[in-house]
Structure formats: C-alpha cells, structure tokens
Design a protein around this ligand. Structure first.
Ligand code: AMP
Length: 213
C-alpha cells in the first residue's frame, strides 16, 4: 500500500521477478476491464476516471478471482488492494476461507509534492505495463518502451487535478489501513523516496526475512 506514484507497481514487477511471486495489480486489472469494455469495466470506469474508489464489492470480487487463479503453493503479491478497511476485512475473510494469509503489508511512504512531481511526468507502456518517468527515469528512445518497443503514453488519471483527488481519497479511505495492519503486527514501512534499486533492496530484505522466498 501507499499513495499513487510511490513506486508500488515498479516494485511489484521487480519483486515478482526476483522472488517468484505472482503479482496482481488492482489498477492494471481495472484498466484492462475498462479497455475490454466488460461489465466490471463499465461499472468501474467513472470511479477510475475521477480518482475515486471503485465500490468495495466490485474490486473485492475481481481480486479474489485473481487470487483463485494462483496455485496454492505459489506466493503472491497484491498491488493497490485492499484500499479500504471493508476491503481488508473482505480480503482477510476470503483468504481464511482459502487457507491462505498475508505475511506482510508494505507501506510506501513519500511526501505529497514528490508524489505529484512523479505522477505528472509518468509514462506507461500500453502493452507491457512498464512505467517510466520523463524526469527521473526516461526511456532510452523518447516515447518508446525499452522492454517491448511499444508506444508510451500518460495514464488518463495522471493529470495534476485527478492526482489531488486520488491523494485525498488515499488519506481519507486508505490511510486507516495503516492502523488496521499495524494492530495485526504485519505492517512494514518503506522509504519510497530513494531510487528504485535502493527500494528494491530494502523490500527484498523484508521478503527474505519472512523466511519463505
Ligand atoms: P492505481 O493504478 O493503483 O493507481 O489505481 C487506479 C484507479 O483504479 C484508482 O484511482 C481507483 O479508481 C481504482 N482502484 C484501484 N485499486 C482499487 C481498490 N483496491 N479499490 C477501489 N478502487 C481501486
């Protein structure tokens, strides 16, 4: 968990490769449903475009279905879910029913100005989902993905106006999860202001300390 633009997606991709974890991103899943114009996509679209949250029951159903596709013996990593206390409660219940549990919750911490600076200059590959930043981590060829060569574009909700709404949504609805997971003793803070390599090393040490990967 962490506000938008703190590097959750970047680290999810790196960690899943380094530790053999299956990563499921709620934002990517919703953008895909919207692109495919599915029933879920049509219900989610207005919330995603305005920077609000998709209703808890919609996203919980989508994410539990994603977890069900992961083999029982594989570790997984959730990026962007849960984002409200009711989602966290539904996730706990869903995992318990499946004989699974969360080992750690990573809380990405970064100040608001740095978040806005990162987000308004963020570019995303439409095909493979890799993210870049025109100021801090530009692609080798402008506008083109280093990984797959496809075109890079700005996410529709990465405008400055929508980012402010997403930050407000985070503070009001998601930040209470810090207390929720803190009480359960599984919350780990991550200083998201460092470079992606440094953050990856910090998180990898946490994953290794769990003694599973
Ligand atoms: P993200 O890519 O994580 O920044 O998510 C983009 C947008 O998808 C958010 O601004 C929300 O509108 C929606 N979204 C992603 N994850 C959730 C979630 N767990 N609960 C509700 N809405 C979500």
């Amino acid at each position: 968990m962490g506000p938008p633009g703190t590097g959750k997606g970047t680290q999810a991709t790196r960690l899943s490769a380094a530790h053999g974890l299956r990563a499921i991103s709620s934002g990517d899943t919703l953008r895909n449903e919207i692109h495919e114009n599915t029933d879920i996509g049509r219900r989610a679209r207005p919330f995603v475009e305005s920077g609000g949250l998709v209703p808890d029951e919609v996203i919980t159903e989508v994410m539990l279905a994603g977890i069900d596709r992961i083999p029982d013996d594989a570790g997984f990593l959730l990026d962007g879910f849960p984002r409200t206390v009711p989602q966290a409660e539904a996730l706990d219940a869903g995992l318990t029913a499946r004989g699974r549990k969360l080992d750690a919750v990573l809380d990405f911490q970064l100040d608001d100005q740095a978040i806005v600076d990162r987000i308004v200059s963020r570019l995303v590959c439409k095909k493979c989902g890799r993210t870049y930043n025109t100021r801090f981590h530009p692609p080798t060829s402008p506008g083109q993905c280093d990984n797959c060569g496809s075109e890079l574009s700005q996410r529709a909700d990465d405008s400055e106006a929508v980012v402010q709404t997403r930050l407000k949504t985070y503070r009001e609805q998601t930040a209470p999860l810090i207390g929720y997971y803190g009480e359960r003793g599984i919350l780990r803070g991550v200083d998201a202001s460092s470079s992606a390599d440094v953050v990856e090393r910090e998180i990898s040490a946490i994953v290794r300390s769990l003694g599973k990967r």
